[in-house]
Design a protein around this ligand. Structure first.
Ligand code: HEC
Length: 148
């Protein structure tokens, strides 16, 4: 009985949307900055594989699956007004053009799904091309929504 209650409480905790979990805008900034740093790291690992003559497609697929999760986490960490946090490079356009911002995030998710598929198929050329489109999706959003 006790353990059932515990499981129920745990499930409730998990069901709370991540955006509601930041007590302060600084916390949201730290969270997204950490996630983005990881996104950069996993993109870097895929890039390193693709530079080799015999890329490890399984490693690329693993990194693409991690990116898929990280992309979703990142998007939950933009409470309105959190561009005012020290060091944040977020532009106010994120909230003024929120539909467009979300479009950019969706585009990245779609590209990462393609990258994962290509890697799983073992086709290095298709994986290279999907990786380039993924990097473009990162850059596209940065150009519009991140300060220099
Ligand atoms: C939907 C828009 C969007 C997409 C897509 C996006 N980014 Fe970002 N990224 C941002 C914004 C906005 C910031 C600035 C956040 C801040 O400073 O508050 C940022 C910041 C960063 C940072 C700096 C983190 C830090 O604080 O040091 C890195 C690294 C980064 N992004 C990597 C990536 C990579 C890699 C991808 C693609 C896999 C990506 N981003 C896709 C919007 C995006």
């Amino acid at each position: 009985m006790k353990s059932k209650l515990f499981v129920a409480a745990l499930m409730l905790a998990v069901a709370v949307p991540a955006s509601a979990q930041f007590a302060k805008p600084e916390d949201a900034y730290k969270y997204r900055s950490s996630v983005m740093t990881l996104q950069g790291a996993h993109m870097g690992r895929i890039n390193a594989q693709l530079k080799s003559d015999k890329p490890d497609m399984q490693a690329i697929a693993t990194n693409a699956a991690l990116l898929d999760t990280l992309n979703r986490l990142f998007f939950t960490a933009f409470p309105e007004g959190s561009d005012m946090v020290a060091n944040s490079r977020a532009k106010p356009e994120i909230w003024k053009q929120s539909a467009k911002f979300k479009e950019n995030a969706d585009k990245l998710n779609a590209q990462v799904a393609k990258l994962n598929e290509a890697a799983k198929s073992g086709d290095a050329a298709a994986t290279r091309s999907a990786f380039q489109s993924t990097a473009q999706a990162c850059k596209g959003c940065h150009d519009e929504f991140r300060r220099d």
